[in-house]
Design a binder for this molecule. Structure first.
Ligand code: NDP
Ligand code: 2IT
Length: 445
């Protein structure tokens, strides 16, 4: 089957999975030219095999809340492709989780992981359980119940989950404890662990830092840097927080942060002290971003809105998929935005991406720009296998080098005849070629 037929066929067979269709469509549209140079790929039905996940586990999770009420949630693990290494990718706990969203995330993860230069296949999992409003004891019981099923299907050399939305150090810790208890094995089966039990320094920071390193590489191609640049960030979770930290360190001014209820705009800039407040608000008290304006009254809170209408030089979407649409993109461009680099997975809609490309601004898709998180997860796996731990400087140096390499791969495969770098095309072709070659070498399996 050719690319168009594969997409039509996937839409027919899996009709209610729009995010999965969206992710597949983007990749197929950008790799077509390269794919057509390799008739052996079509003979091996490579595209279809690359788009359909190798395995999906679906299970029920039952847990008891603090009042003694019993709840059921759904749990999933999508093992998409392990051609270049063990399955690897995060777990998302959020009310919106369904199999289509996890299939899009697992598919994207395959290309992202290939770009990191480390040997990792692609997977994603999670549950429609939302930790929001739950006590720590409830979250612990949920994590244990989730792992009671999942532990049979993962392993340090088979499939290594990590965090994503709603899954941070706390949840990874509870799941690691449960895995260890059920299996009687202390192995590197999860990444993003606490430093005391096999976690890597810089893993919490890695996605945000990595995105800013990638942004710096893009700016460099136009002789620019971050000093004095105003920056819009969405989200206020793990990725947003460490993105803001690195932007501040490199001389940028952070104007916004958000959560699913709305965004805050601080015209004076969210400086180090204010960011410390946000980190405590979100990570310790698990509060809402609207509370920021009670602490800093010169800032404004916009209920139910996205930050993309605020005038700024740079936008770093770091919350969730499809949070930046065509209209938002037009506002950004009209306001003079020069660069968009995605901390989140697929935050820009296809219409938004078209606006960025038409305006020829610097635009990096998540699978390239946010690969720093999974890269340091890969480094955590290496440290666990070697039973050693590297210094923060060592991990950060490797992270920086990986982000530079990913940027280089995008430039190599994505430079248009007029010199404009299409980072979407570059990332997709570079990731695809690596996985495709591995799949061809391993036969029809
Ligand atoms: P967190 O759970 O730490 O934070 C998520 C943030 O996004 C919160 O501020 C949350 O607000 C907001 N958010 C979540 N869902 C929505 C929604 N439907 N609409 C608007 N805002 C929403 O997750 P992360 O920071 O880890 O993840 C953020 C993004 O980065 C995701 O797209 C994830 O896939 C991606 N990513 C994460 C990596 C990692 O290492 N953690 C690595 C690579 C990518 P609220 O509190 O209201 O829910
Ligand atoms: O989307 C992602 O790359 C992640 N959530 C991190 C995955 C990982 O295995 O560290």
């Amino acid at each position: 089957m050719n690319a168009v037929q594969v997409l039509e066929d996937l839409k027919r067979r899996f009709p209610n999975e729009p995010e999965y269709h969206q992710a597949v469509e983007e990749v197929l549209a950008t790799i077509e030219e390269e794919y057509n140079k390799h008739p052996e790929f079509e003979k091996a039905n490579l595209i279809e095999r690359l788009c359909v996940p190798e395995r999906i586990y679906t299970f029920r999770v039952t847990w008891t809340d603090d009042k003694g009420n019993v709840h059921t949630n759904m749990g999933y693990r999508v093992q998409h492709n392990n051609a270049i290494g063990p399955y690897k990718g995060g777990l998302r706990f959020h009310a919106s989780v369904n199999v289509g969203i996890l299939k899009f995330l697992a598919f994207e993860q395959v290309f992202k992981n290939a770009l990191t230069t480390l040997p990792m296949g692609g997977a994603k999992g999670g549950s429609d359980f939302s930790p929001r409003g739950k006590s720590a004891a409830e979250v612990m019981r949920f994590c244990q119940a989730f792992m009671l099923e999942l532990h049979r299907n993962i392993g340090a050399d088979c499939d290594v989950p990590a965090g994503d939305i709603g899954v941070g150090g706390r949840e990874v810790g509870y799941m690691f404890g449960a895995y260890k208890k059920y299996t009687r094995e202390f192995t590197g089966v999860l990444t993003g662990k606490g430093l005391e039990f096999g976690g890597s320094l810089i893993r919490p920071e890695a996605t945000g830092y990595g995105n800013v390193y990638f942004l710096m590489e893009m700016l460099k191609t136009r002789g620019l840097d971050l000093k004095g640049k105003s920056v819009l960030i969405s989200g206020s979770g793990n990725v947003a927080q460490y993105t803001a930290e690195k932007v501040l360190k490199l001389g940028g001014k952070v104007l916004t942060l958000s959560d699913s209820d709305g965004f805050v705009y601080d015209p004076d800039g969210i400086d180090r002290e204010k960011l410390d407040y946000v980190m405590e608000l979100k990570n310790v008290y698990r509060g809402r971003i609207r509370e920021y304006v009670e602490q800093y009254p010169s800032a404004q809170y916009y209920e139910g809105q996205k930050p993309w209408g605020i005038k700024a030089d740079i936008a770093l979407p770091s919350a969730t998929q499809n949070e930046l649409n065509g209209e938002h993109a037009q506002m950004l461009v009209a306001n003079g935005c020069i660069a968009v680099s995605e901390g989140a997975n697929m935050p820009s809609t296809p219409e938004a991406v078209r606006v960025f490309h038409d305006a020829k601004i610097l635009y990096a898709p998540g699978k390239a720009a946010n690969a720093g998180g999974v890269s340091v997860s890969g480094l955590e796996m290496s440290q666990n296998s070697g039973r050693l731990s590297w210094s923060a400087e060592e991990v950060d140096r490797r992270l920086h080098e990986i982000m530079e390499n990913i940027h280089g791969a995008c430039v190599k495969y994505g430079t248009d005849p007029d010199g404009y770098v299409n980072y979407v095309k570059g990332a997709n072709i570079a990731g695809f070629m690596k996985v495709a070659k591995a799949m061809m070498a391993q036969g029809v399996i």
